[in-house]
Design a binder for this molecule. Structure first.
Ligand code: AMP
Length: 283
């Protein structure tokens, strides 16, 4: 498995692979890899001849008070995990390589980036859509795999790919959870043992809402009240948002259906966690 830092070298390898008729699958990440990332890689392995993952903690998607400086990093462990998942090549550019002096170009989407994480993290999605476009232009993938854990990010990238006619198939993958239900995340490393226990309120609230929906409750204000009550039952939890929205457009809904998204962002101590589900889906 090779590690490449240069954009032009990455493009040359991708172009050669394409000339040889190989299909390129791409899994963008910020590193500190876990089983959630590995599930994307294994699926990419099945669907391609060249499997590329990127490891880049993208400064432009972090706000002023965010955790860019302390975001967990472990390049050696990442290499071991990526190799075990079948990755051929890690693309790990420096910030300088991605954003050299004089940089001034941005990809910016409108409505779909405004609610949820877009409301609480201004500028976040502009950083995400810009870096994903730049990574696509470096890796030249036929398909790219993203986790539903970051549901709004996946919806935004699907929209961008469509709007800008990017020739990349976007594949959404199920959320991988710990045995007790906590959605895997690099940021779980921030949690103390007590906070780790408190963090279970997210998956519990999601399970509760799903159950209510299954029993026939489709009034969003009732479902939302149930979710907030469950989250507030956890003393350490501070709710940033708990919203029901359309599963594609992310617009507000008042009556829930199978394609209704329940999206949560909750702070446990200083750690911000997100989780979600589509009410009609198992994952
Ligand atoms: P990140 O390194 O957090 O930027 O995540 C890189 C990719 O892995 C994104 O597409 C995430 O949605 C995906 N991902 C992260 N955690 C999970 C998880 N628990 N299950 C599935 N996909 C995940």
């Amino acid at each position: 498995m090779r590690v490449i830092q240069s954009i032009s070298e990455m493009q040359q390898i991708a172009q050669a692979a394409r000339r040889a008729g190989e299909r390129i699958a791409f899994v963008p990440t910020m590193g500190f890899l876990h089983e959630g990332h590995a599930s994307l890689m294994r699926e990419g392995r099945l669907r391609s001849e060249l499997l590329v993952t990127s490891i880049f903690v993208n400064p432009t998607q972090f706000g002023a008070g965010d955790d860019f400086d302390c975001y967990p990093r472990d390049p050696e462990r990442d290499c071991t995990l990526a190799a075990a998942a079948g990755v051929d090549l890690i693309f790990a550019p420096t910030s300088r390589e991605m954003y050299p002096a004089g940089y001034q170009s941005w990809v910016d989407l409108e409505r779909i980036t405004l609610p949820l994480c877009g409301a609480s993290r201004p500028g976040h999605f502009r950083g995400v859509t810009t870096v994903v476009t730049k990574l696509f232009n470096a890796v030249l993938p036929h398909l790219a795999l993203f986790g539903k854990k970051d549901f709004q990010q996946l919806a935004v990238i699907r929209r961008m790919t469509l709007d800008l006619n990017l020739p990349v198939e976007i594949v959404g993958m199920p959320i991988v959870r710990e045995a007790d239900g906590l959605a895997m995340s690099s940021r779980n490393a921030y949690l103390s043992p007590g906070e780790r226990h408190s963090a279970l309120c997210l998956s519990r609230a999601i399970g509760g809402a799903r159950e209510q929906y299954r029993q026939g409750v489709d009034d969003v204000s009732r479902l939302r009240a149930g979710v907030l009550a469950m989250l507030k039952g956890e003393a350490a939890a501070v709710v940033e948002y708990a919203e029901f929205r359309h599963g594609e457009t992310l617009e507000e809904v008042t009556t829930a259906g199978d394609n209704t998204l329940l999206a949560l962002a909750v702070r446990i101590g200083t750690t911000r966690l997100i989780d979600n589900c589509l009410l009609g889906e198992e994952n």
